[in-house]
Design a protein around this ligand. Sequence first.
Ligand code: NAD
Length: 277
Amino acid sequence: MVLPDHLSGTTAVVTGAAGGIGAALAIELASRGMSVVAADIDADGARQVADDLQAAGRSAIGVHVDVSDSESVRTLARRTHAEFGSVELLCNNAGVLLFGDVAESSLADWRWLASVNVEGLLNCLHAFLPGMRARQGWRHVLNTASTHAFLPDPRGTALYSATKHAIVALSLGLRGELGGEGIGVTVLCPGQVGTRILDSQRNRPTAYGERAGEPFGTGAIPMAIAPSRVARDAVEGVLRDAPVVFSLPEHGHAEFRSQVESMWQLTGDALRDHIGG
Ligand SMILES: NC(=O)c1ccc[n+]([C@@H]2O[C@H](COP(=O)([O-])OP(=O)(O)OC[C@H]3O[C@@H](n4cnc5c(N)ncnc54)[C@H](O)[C@@H]3O)[C@@H](O)[C@H]2O)c1
């Protein structure tokens, strides 16, 4: 395999790397010659991913991190710099999902979702960006949002969708801020991937209250695509500096397209009401 020059020999940090999309990203990036820091609140899982990569001759370490805790993220950054010296690719991928009506959900539900999905991402940017900005050469940030950021009627997942809207907005804003410094930003929007996302509350700290209802159980997502496919789509998007990358099963393409069109239709109708045309 021909390794892209600018990936080989560089370092990636992947959060949420103990399983699912994060582990697949770690494997994909390591296979392209990057050193990989697999970081997760599930420390054993992260170390297992790194051990497997090392056994395959790759360069990787597995590290505990709770992305919602800024000190924990700073410790991860120190460990990463001590081990590899620099970070060229930051993959803010750790994320959690819960279901519930907006009106019925508890504030604790929201705080937990937002603490991981949104504040976790900000904590990682604050800890890693200064070092990345101080360097020259190829550097990139990959943020995992979701197709849920584009649904016109996110009943049951509005809280989760709101956090993923936030990630899209933060990513596009950051892309504008960092573009002049030569640092790319890509927002990854997967849909229906075969991971443990339905069992997200396995990682919910008791400080954030009772588990929300799990109407679809905690098992596998049906008719899902493999995390490895998402990781490939994501890395190819990063390499061409795409602002947004979608990765979802073929059987869902037509429905998703019509959902996105309904979403824009809402705005289009309102704009026509307001300014005519
Ligand atoms: N699976 C899907 O269909 C799908 C679709 C769209 C977006 N996503 C997004 O993809 C990302 C990865 O999820 P996944 O589907 O691989 O699910 P997953 O549950 O398999 O992986 C999520 C990982 O994040 C880790 N994590 C949770 N809280 C953390 C914290 N506070 N600090 C550090 N790590 C933490 C978990 O331990 C887990 O390893 C998430 O951001 C998710 O929202 C998934």
